[in-house]
Design a protein around this ligand. Structure first.
Ligand code: ADP
Ligand code: MG
Length: 481
């Protein structure tokens, strides 16, 4: 069998015509691996930052979400890494656990040519003991949130004296979340003679302050996207309070987005909306502060891999979420704060595709809408609910379902093993398999909804990496508490 791509996913947001990676001083194994990942050319931020970063400069890189910043610093870390040396050589600080997991995954993908590389994530919300045990076994690269990394530094379970590269990823968001002090503490424990790379989507004063304090003669790379705003198509619908929630399924059946985030101002509104959508046969999951970490993970996995059509969230719960290319954002309630509104609708139409930003406003929301108009410098485009007609007779069903395999990184399961089992012995087509997410002790596999039951059966009867595994269909309601 040919080697399957490890993590099949659409890659529409990347330049196919940028300069080739072969211009960089990378090993042939590293180049071959990039090709295998489908990275045929550098994205603009990679082309601008990699030559500088590989030459050893400190860097301030500013580019929008989805532009390939992770691979830019991952390749730099790996370039300087000496596998036979002990001690943590690179530390990446990220604002949230989800982002840290995504970054660790991307580093592992980019580093696949390196056999014995150990990448460890250290985030809050997970018990600290297993992290300490893993640190004792040694790690080359640590990816973590500032709070937990600090915690390990204070316990002396993490030492940074062998560190070569410090990365501050999504630095602006870390500052938003109040991590300035923690970042300062962590950075001051790193060797002075190191390379520091700072990545950020925006450049507020706090970032300049951080840079002055911790970067040495940094090179600045800024790639700003002037057109971002035009890709979001924004519409306002006038509703009254009684019809507000009922308007949501009407919007969904009219626009038929594959994935939508619906923002509500309160947890209760989230619960009510999920209940209503379910009663209409639409698969929806709530993301709110009361979920434990496992449930939150499962909700996000199912939404990201297209097994759930609507993620219903409060602003607080959605904070730090990094989900690309949503077809639609629905503002079930209009937020009082116009900046929050801009942030919400920024989750749609981010890259080369249009996205819908649909807002429901009752007469008492008009003040909020005016503030949004002022901030955006444009008049709201009003539409009526009566324009909404269900398109097609098909119900709105997510294209995928999620299988849960009991066993993950701890059991040495890799995405390629699962894909291999499904496309090999079980006889499925790689096209029927979606995103494969390997967590510490569970693996989630998106498969075409139509083969869900069959895939569970075949995987249970067969073997993954020579071992029998326990598999079940993850039902959205399993992740609800
Ligand atoms: P950012 O951190 O800038 O928001 P990411 O690093 O998460 O963006 O990258 C966005 C997506 O683009 C990821 O799915 C990544 O795998 C993919 N990607 C990155 N670089 C390339 C490339 N050169 N070619 C193709 N895909 C790429
Ligand atoms: Mg990023």
């Amino acid at each position: 069998m040919n080697q399957p791509p490890e993590d099949p996913k659409p890659s529409t947001d990347v330049a196919r015509s940028g300069p080739p990676f072969s211009q960089l001083p990378l090993s042939s194994a590293a180049l071959a691996n990039l090709t295998r990942l489908g990275y045929h050319a550098m994205t603009p931020i990679q082309a601008a930052s990699l030559p500088l970063a590989l030459a050893g400069h400190d860097l301030i890189a500013q580019a929008k979400t989805g532009s390939g910043k992770t691979a830019a610093f991952a390749l730099t870390l790996l370039f300087n890494l000496k596998l036979d040396r002990s001690g943590v050589q690179a530390l990446v600080l990220c604002p949230t656990r989800e982002l840290a997991d995504q970054v660790a995954t991307e580093i592992r993908r980019v580093a696949r040519a390196e056999e014995n590389l150990k990448v460890l994530t250290l985030c809050g919300g997970s018990p600290i003991r297993p992290q300490i045990a893993s640190l004792e076994h040694g790690a080359h690269i640590v990816v973590g949130t500032p709070g937990r990394v600090m915690d390990h530094l204070q316990r002396d379970t993490l030492r940074l004296d062998a560190l070569h590269t410090l990365v501050l990823d999504e630095a602006d968001r870390m500052l938003d979340m109040g991590f300035y002090g923690d970042i300062v503490t962590v950075a001051s424990q790193c060797p002075v003679d190191r390379q520091t790379l700072l990545f950020s989507a925006t450049y507020p004063e706090g970032i300049a302050r951080l840079a002055r304090q911790f970067l040495r003669d940094p090179k600045e790379v800024k790639l700003l996207d002037q057109h971002a705003a035009t890709k979001i198509r924004q519409r306002f619908y006038e509703v009254d309070e009684i019809s507000r929630l009922q308007a949501v399924p009407r919007l969904l059946l009219h626009f038929r987005p594959v994935r939508t985030i619906a923002f509500c101002n309160t947890k209760q509104q989230c619960r009510d909306l999920v209940e209503l959508l379910e009663s209409e046969g639409i698969v929806a999951l709530a993301l709110h502060g009361d979920l434990d970490q496992r449930d939150r993970d499962q909700v996000l996995v199912q939404f990201v891999n297209k097994s759930c059509s609507v993620l219903v969230a409060t602003d607080v719960a959605a904070r730090g979420l990094d989900i690309e290319r949503l077809e639609a954002v629905v503002n079930v309630d209009i937020t009082r704060d116009p900046e929050v509104h801009v942030h919400r609708i920024g989750r749609t139409g981010r890259v080369d595709e249009d996205g819908w930003a649909l807002s429901l406003a009752s007469p008492r929301d008009m003040g909020n809408v005016e503030r949004i108009e002022e901030m955006q410098g444009t008049k709201a485009e009003w539409h009526t609910l009566t324009e909404l007609v269900p398109r097609g007779r098909e119900p709105l069903v997510p294209p995928m379902v999620t299988l849960q395999i009991l066993g993950g990184r701890k059991e040495k399961i890799r995405a390629g093993d699962v894909l291999g089992a499904l496309t090999g012995e079980a006889g499925f087509d790689a096209k029927q398999i979606g995103k494969i997410t390997v967590n510490e002790s569970a693996t989630y596999v998106a498969v075409d909804r139509r083969i869900g039951a069959q895939a569970v059966q075949k995987l249970s009867a067969g073997k993954v990496k020579g071992k029998t595994v326990r598999v079940r269909l993850l039902r959205p309601s399993d992740s609800r508490s």
